[in-house]
Design a protein around this ligand. Structure first.
Ligand SMILES: Cc1cc2nc3c(=O)[nH]c(=O)nc-3n(C[C@H](O)[C@H](O)[C@H](O)COP(=O)(O)OP(=O)(O)OC[C@H]3O[C@@H](n4cnc5c(N)ncnc54)[C@H](O)[C@@H]3O)c2cc1C
Length: 281
């Protein structure tokens, strides 16, 4: 199918992008286009104006700042896969990136596009929450920072308003005590996951502390399994798996029934818990 007619503007700067989206009734930002163009072609979305941010300077950098890795919204997945900072200071993201689509999609798709779009089955939004990261948002009245735990509000709904732009995400840099785990089940490699799990923890002697278990593909947003986190912190994996029965209420979808997703979540938790216990990850 072809998209409904729309106007197109290329933003020269961050301020220009905000001016353009604030001035139009129904404008949409265009980053990698890997989700937006599909929704336009299927006429799930009919914006009047597309504001292309691909040439906005300064949004495609990965920098260390105040103990955090700042990943600009326009950093492509492929660029992040090649980054030493991401490999060493944000290893959970490095683990998740190869699961996103295929190389052609990773060459265009952006970190900011994935976080802003917030597909409930996508890998990076779950990592964003598991990492206790934050979103740097720019809008007509300046910049603000929103913690990942409060960023997602519902299905494809986030703290971003229609006149705002995600500038970057900030991820606390990994230390020697940081542990990460990632696993997902998809029908074919590169498909969206039927269920997945992104996790972080801090090694505390032989135990784990500050555990964050974030499932994706099982709810309308990435979802923390708080009962399982508490059980795992007590070193009780079986209790953690049992706790998923109340932590997760997965709706069935075209990929799998609710019962299958529950089963998969338990298997994922066992795999990821073993990964978290490994000496350095
Ligand atoms: C065949 C195929 C397979 C895929 N498989 C996967 C997969 O397995 N896992 C996965 O996670 N994704 C997958 N994707 C989607 C891909 O990851 C997209 O790149 C991502 O969802 C959106 O990033 P984008 O840069 O392409 O954003 P766009 O498509 O350009 O934009 C997506 C939405 O986010 C908004 N937006 C973009 N950037 C910003 C910003 N900086 N601030 C505010 N709003 C913004 C846009 O206005 C739009 O509404 C797949 C895509 C395809 C085509």
């Amino acid at each position: 199918m072809k998209p409904a007619p729309f106007a197109y503007e290329r933003a020269r700067s961050l301020d220009h992008a905000i001016e353009l989206i604030s001035g139009a009734e129904d404008a949409r930002l265009l980053a990698g286009g890997q989700s937006l163009i599909a929704t336009l072609n299927m006429r799930l979305s009919r914006p009047q104006l597309l504001v292309d941010i691909n040439r906005v300077p300064g949004l495609d950098r990965i920098v260390m700042r105040d103990g955090k890795v700042e990943i600009g919204a326009l950093v492509r997945y492929a660029q992040a896969e090649r980054s030493t900072e991401i490999a060493t200071r944000a290893p959970l993201i490095a683990k998740a990136l190869p699961y996103i689509g295929h190389p052609a999609i990773r060459n265009r798709g952006t970190v900011g596009g994935s976080i802003a779009f917030g597909d409930p089955a996508a890998e990076l939004p779950a990592c964003f929450v598991a990492l206790d990261a934050e979103a740097v948002i720019a809008g007509p009245s300046g910049s603000r920072v929103v913690k990942a735990d409060t960023f997602y509000r519902g299905l494809f709904e986030s703290a971003l308003t229609p006149h705002e732009l995600l500038k970057a995400i900030r991820v606390p840099a990994a230390t020697g005590e940081t542990r990460t785990g990632f696993a997902e089940f998809a029908r074919r490699h590169g498909d969206y996951a039927m269920a997945g799990l992104a996790a972080t923890a801090r090694a505390n002697g032989k135990a784990l502390a500050d555990i964050r278990l974030v499932f994706f593909g099982v709810a309308t947003t990435p979802v923390r399994a708080r009962g399982a986190e508490a059980a795992l912190a007590n070193g009780d994996l079986e209790a953690a798996v049992k706790a998923l029965a109340t932590d997760l209420i997965p709706p069935g979808d075209v990929q799998a029934t609710s019962a299958v997703k529950r089963q998969l979540a338990g298997v994922l938790l066992k795999r990821v818990a073993a990964e978290l216990m490994e000496a350095r990850s």
